[in-house]
Write a protein that binds this ligand. Structure first.
Ligand SMILES: [Fe+2]
Length: 242
């Protein structure tokens, strides 16, 4: 649960008295993105120079998280900002800030995506350093944006969007094929929930068949995939000759 600070424009729009905290569901996704992009530069640094096989594996994950963030921001762009402008016109400055931050992150994601391809082909030190720096910059922009969005936009959206509209947003988000293997994505999401809340989140937020499948096979798949992804190969691999 986040601590809600009032938006600076929050006193000037008509809040629905039945407003909810549905944006908390998005905060769970934000925690996932914080974690994914915080660790991304190190995933690149832990690939040994010349180890193109492992670089290709990490590159696949990086392309997945880049695509995932693009989809998340596009959904927010589609469902949040126009309606916020219309129903809470006094929040125009915050909407403009959110759009600007999304554009800035999107531009950097496209640059990183292009760098991933070159690095995956060569796994050379120069490409790795450039890619790790770009991912670090995305992480910096994202940390700033997510905090601003949760503070300035989410309390307003909770007040102006109905439950049916939030349901529609979630339905829309689920229509996209996940760009990461489903159990890997689910495991990352579960591990992004603070430990004290994790069991309750797992039991209340996931349908029973998913819980059973994850316990039976998903968790193991996730742990294997993550271990392979995070292994520091700079100590274990003799660089291949070109
Ligand atoms: Fe956002």
């Amino acid at each position: 649960m986040t601590t809600r600070l009032p938006s600076t424009g929050a006193t000037e729009f008509a809040a629905d008295p039945s407003s909810t905290c549905r944006s908390d569901e998005v905060v769970v996704i934000h925690r996932l993105f914080r974690r994914l992009f915080a660790e991304a530069p190190d995933l690149v640094r832990k690939v040994a120079s010349g180890d193109t096989a492992h670089a290709r594996h990490v590159a696949k994950h990086l392309r997945g998280i880049i695509a995932l963030l693009h989809v998340h921001h596009r959904t927010e762009d589609e469902y949040f900002w126009d309606v916020m402008t219309e129903r809470a016109p006094s929040c125009g400055l915050h909407v403009a800030l959110m759009r600007r931050q999304h554009d800035a992150v999107s531009d950097r994601l496209d640059i990183a995506d292009a760098l991933v391809d070159g690095w995956a082909r060569r796994a050379d030190d120069a490409s790795a350093a450039r890619l790790a720096a770009e991912l670090g910059e995305i992480d910096r922009l994202l940390v700033e944006h997510l905090a601003d969005e949760e503070r300035e936009a989410f309390p307003v959206l909770d007040a102006i969007l109905s439950d049916a509209e939030w349901d529609d947003i979630h339905r829309h988000a689920r229509r996209h094929k996940p760009p990461l293997p489903i159990f890997v994505l689910l495991g990352l999401m579960i591990d992004s929930v603070p430990e004290a809340e994790r069991d309750a989140w797992f039991d209340t937020e996931l349908p029973a068949p998913i819980r059973v499948a994850y316990r039976m096979v998903g968790r193991r798949q996730y742990e294997r995939a993550i271990q392979r992804l995070r292994t520091d190969r700079t100590r274990a691999v003799t660089p291949a000759t070109a």
